[in-house]
Design a protein around this ligand. Structure first.
Ligand SMILES: *Cc1c(COP(=O)(O)O)cnc(C)c1O
Length: 428
């Protein structure tokens, strides 16, 4: 670029997206061009704290040198073979990732939604070929207010009117029950003969960071196990140290490396779904993990993806998971999360604008004191942006706070000060 060339402004860049891009998102009016660690910069050079982390994909911080280094090195050597041939990175990655999470096998995909689709297909096939459910009659139990992605099948079992409207006809085979309700689960398991799996988010992220009661997941897993039903954990958002342990199903075992599986709180999923931060936000990588008795039902030709398990993805994911261990991100998320909620509660006690803070580790949300239809949370995010912190409402009056996990305590306290100042100065 030469210096006399006029720089394209953020308003012009927004106009381009508006004119040439489908309107499937409603972004906050900020145009970013650079990121490093916990910070991002807009096209005018203004610096922000990123308090969304691309929906918890950038847990390791923006452009982590180790992850980017691994990616650059591999892209110069070999990027894609497809699975028609073997490559020299996939096997080592599969060994690494299965040992890291404690499963026999992995099925590599690219996006979270694809991994959820994969888990559904795997669960159904297992149901017919191992559990012995008669063909085409398997049911999967899901929860109200779930978010598992955007494919036709996944939106089929959503109860979000906007996600569903005019996208039918929908895929059958799903039973929806209330979240955080083990009685409803017990009843659904009892009333239906053909239940193959229970698909659940250990904490509902998109719904507004709903943390279930203590013991919910342990009890849900027990009910599934007693019924011969697969417990399928969608940890696309909650996994990879976000909630203060390697996985949210690790409960309070506070594992900082690989999960140490404290039996009092660890809930072992039969199928584990990962995405987002498994690549540190550098590349689309997702994974479905299960043990042999389940994963072995998938045979050649029955499922796949051209890019799934490509050498770049494999190298990036290994680097990203090593960063989680080396930098003790679970421990940091656990510690800073406690500080953050304490500080938010202190602020809430002195304002009418915010009702509540909830969350686990560094996956948190505040509930703004207004209706779901109000603009208050959106306007508060605009004001936070002006003060140098980027966050976005999830549902109407709920604002999710999910910074990169590489944040220091000093940086967190700076962010708390920004949030406090913004709330104090905010006029509806
Ligand atoms: C983001 C998300 C997905 C979908 O991931 P994509 O990569 O956007 O397809 C699935 N499940 C949960 C819990 C998520 O948060």
């Amino acid at each position: 670029m030469n210096d006399t060339m006029e720089k394209i402004t953020s308003q012009e860049l927004i106009a381009l997206e508006d004119k040439y891009g489908a309107h499937n998102y409603h972004p906050l009016e900020v145009v970013l061009e650079r990121g490093e660690g916990v910070h991002v910069w807009d096209v005018d050079g203004k610096k922000y704290y990123d308090f969304l982390s691309a929906y918890s994909a950038v847990n390791q911080g923006h452009c982590h040198p180790k992850i980017i280094g691994a990616m650059i090195e591999q892209t110069k050597k070999l990027t894609l073979t497809s699975r028609a041939f073997y490559n020299d990175v996939l096997g080592p990655y599969e060994k690494f990732v299965t040992q890291y999470f404690g499963f026999d096998k992995v099925l590599p995909m690219n996006t979270g939604a694809e991994a959820v689709e994969t888990a559904i297909k795997l669960c159904r096939k297992w149901a017919y070929e191992v559990k012995g459910i008669s063909e085409d009659s398997a049911q999967i139990i899901v929860c109200e207010n779930n978010f598992h992605g955007r494919t036709t099948t996944i939106v089929s079992f959503s109860n979000d009117a906007i996600a569903q409207k005019n996208f039918g006809p929908f895929t059958p085979g799903f039973i929806r029950i209330p979240y955080n309700d083990t009685e409803a689960l017990a009843k659904a398991l009892k009333d239906n003969d053909n239940v193959a799996g229970f698909l659940v988010e250990p904490i509902q992220g998109e719904a507004g960071v709903y943390v279930p009661d203590e013991g919910y997941l342990v009890k849900a897993k027990e009910l599934c196990a007693a019924n011969g039903t697969l417990f399928i954990a969608d940890e696309v958002q909650t996994g990879i140290a976000r909630t203060g342990s390697l996985l949210a199903v690790c409960g309070d075992c506070n594992c900082t490396n690989s999960c140490q599986k404290d039996p009092t709180s660890y809930v072992e999923p039969d199928i584990l779904i990962l995405g987002k931060a498994i690549s540190g936000g550098a590349y689309p990588v997702s994974a479905v993990l299960a043990n042999n008795e389940i994963m072995n039902v998938i045979k050649p030709g029955q499922h796949g993806s051209t890019f799934g398990g490509n050498p770049v993805a494999a190298k990036v994911a290994m680097a990203a998971l090593e960063v989680v261990t080396d930098e003790r991100l679970a421990e940091n998320a656990f510690r800073l999360g406690n500080i953050f909620r304490t500080e938010m509660q202190r602020i809430i006690d002195s304002t009418d604008l915010v009702l509540k803070v909830r969350g686990k580790g560094l996956l948190n949300a505040i509930i703004v004191n207004d209706t779901e239809e109000s603009e208050t949370a959106w306007n508060l995010c605009e004001a936070l942006k002006e003060n140098g912190l980027l966050a976005k409402p999830t549902h109407g009056n709920i604002i999710r706070f999910a910074p990169p996990l590489v944040m220091t305590e000093a940086q967190l306290m700076e962010c708390v000060a920004i949030i406090e100042k913004t709330i104090k100065e905010f006029k509806k």
